[in-house]
Design a protein around this ligand. Structure first.
Ligand code: NAD
Length: 481
């Protein structure tokens, strides 16, 4: 048996989670969930329609009448219960991400754990927030914005759901979640887990369905006050436009084309593996992936040979194998998208240093691509400007520090950036000039209290910690004369 072959039981999901219970779908459309390692159907899922969505919104609206009046302490208890319930299924959640999404197990566990920890991070932020401030005869309170529609992408399902849910619940909002239909198995495990938290009915509702059906209903329905979205720029634009008709508050977490600047004093044996790790994060299907590597031209030769050596550690294969660094793409469509960008890079004159078109040897069945590094890339090439969402890295040479900063900022995106160098003061100086929502120095770092979100086309608003909760509140001032 091939190491990738798995049991062939096809699971079925026919329910949505509405008003505290799993209820049969009103929608009748059924889709197949396909395992990315071998293209086999592993589940059939009945999708929600507008009617399911409206039922979920009505349940959230009813629950809001009570939950919006909860105290911060009561909400802190809800967050602790959610954390305990999700923690109990950590291993199942990781396994589902490996199977359904093809996430490499050594990273999937981190993603899931970060999601689960978001409940405690939100609790900490909630305890520190000034829910009521009074001066003279004025009192300002933070009030929940209302029913929140949460719409998520497929590449880190548990993380997005937990993160958005934690912030919304901390603020006193009730929720209708529309996860990506490509993450149905992962969502099912997570919602089964969260059901054990025994939340008030209607606080959390989940309707899995198409974006242009369920997502569109959430965006247009006047009983939804806020949309928090993670996904592509195109859909983000439509949410902002269509949401305007009902004056929706929106948070948009969109794409990226993140630069990693290697300064000329960097230790290459540390800098290059770190930079490749950021480029191939979550098999390159990561909004934060550092897909533009900016390197000093004076050290280009040694950088290219260090990349070639370091790439041996970025093995592609069965995502369940802890030694594997890059798994398959999620779907045939995503596989073809990555291939088309690799072809485009070659046509526009970039040179393949490692990887290239086609499937890696021995991995012909699934949606595997070759982790690819391009050199001789100019920043105005398509592969340096557009988000590929796969393991494709563009190496771009610069002559001066100012030029590196200019190239880094010469992008319509501004989500994440990275600076690697030995002189910390200099690295900080460079970091402070980058137009990105998060900049890391000397390697990937996360902080659940630090804001997450983008400048420019990378989005609107912030998530994580206090900043994430603030996205779900309105301020109300009461003034006495
Ligand atoms: P997508 O925009 O196609 O879909 C995202 C979600 O929106 C899905 O649930 C989808 O069903 C829904 N949707 C689609 N059409 C809709 C509509 N008309 N109205 C409402 N909802 C609709 O994105 P994707 O392919 O799932 O995810 C990949 C994208 O997500 C990439 O661009 C990536 O950069 C971005 N992303 C951003 C972040 C971040 O934190 N900034 C994180 C992960 C992914």
């Amino acid at each position: 048996m091939s190491p990738l072959a798995k049991s062939e039981t096809i699971r079925t999901i026919t329910t949505h989670y509405i008003d505290g219970a799993f209820v049969e779908s009103h929608g009748r459309e059924v889709i197949d969930i396909v395992r990315p390692t071998d293209g086999q159907v592993i589940a059939r899922v009945t999708l929600a329609d507008e009617e399911d969505t409206r039922r979920a919104i009505a349940a959230a609206r009813r629950a809001f009448a009570t939950y919006s009046r909860s105290t911060p302490d009561e909400r802190a208890r809800v967050l602790r219960r959610l954390h305990a319930a999700a923690s109990a299924r950590l291993d199942d959640l990781t396994a589902a991400m490996v199977e359904e999404y093809g996430g490499v197990v050594r990273f999937a566990g981190i993603i899931v754990e970060t999601g689960i920890n978001a409940f405690l991070a939100a609790e900490k932020a909630l305890q520190e927030m000034p829910w009521t401030r009074t001066w003279d005869k004025t009192t300002v309170t933070l009030e929940p914005v209302g029913v929140a529609g949460l719409i998520t992408a497929w590449n880190a399902n548990a993380l997005f759901i937990c993160l958005k849910l934690a912030s919304a619940v901390a603020a006193g909002c009730t929720v209708v979640l529309k996860p990506s239909e490509l993450s149905s198995l992962q969502t099912q495990v997570l919602i089964e887990a969260l059901h054990e938290a025994e939340l008030p009915p209607g606080l959390l509702n989940v309707v899995a369905g198409r974006g242009d059906v369920v997502g569109a209903e959430l965006v247009r329905n006047p009983d939804v006050d806020k949309i928090s979205f993670t996904g592509s720029v195109g859909v983000g634009e439509s949410i902002m436009r269509d949401g305007a008709a009902t004056m929706k508050r929106v948070t948009l977490e969109l794409g990226g084309k993140s630069p990693t600047i290697v300064l000329d004093d960097a230790n290459l044996d540390q800098a290059i593996p770190a930079a490749l790790g950021m480029a191939f994060l979550n098999s390159g299907q990561a909004c934060a992936a550092g897909t533009r590597l900016l390197v000093p031209r004076s050290r280009l030769d040694s950088i290219e040979s260090t990349i070639r050596d370091a790439m041996r550690d970025f093995t592609v294969g069965d995502p369940a194998d802890p030694k594997v660094a890059v798994g398959p793409m999620i779907s045939q469509k995503q596989y073809e998208r990555v291939q088309s960008y690799i072809r485009k890079g070659i046509e526009e004159g970039a040179q393949v240093l490692v990887g290239g078109e086609g499937r890696p040897e021995g991995l012909e069945a699934g949606f595997f691509v070759k982790p690819t590094v391009f050199v001789n890339v100019k920043n105005d090439m398509t592969i340096a400007q557009e988000e590929i969402f796969g393991p494709v890295l563009s190496v771009i040479a610069y002559d001066t520090e100012d030029e590196a900063i200019r190239i880094a900022n010469d992008s319509r995106y501004g989500l994440h950036a990275s600076v690697i160098g030995t002189d910390l003061e200099r690295a900080r100086r460079v970091a402070s000039q980058l137009r990105a929502g998060r900049v890391v120095i000397n390697g990937m770092k996360d902080d659940p209290q630090a804001p997450w979100g983008g400048f420019k086309y990378s989005g609107v608003g912030r998530e994580y910690g206090r900043y994430g909760i603030e996205a779900f509140v309105e301020t109300r001032a009461i003034l006495e004369s």
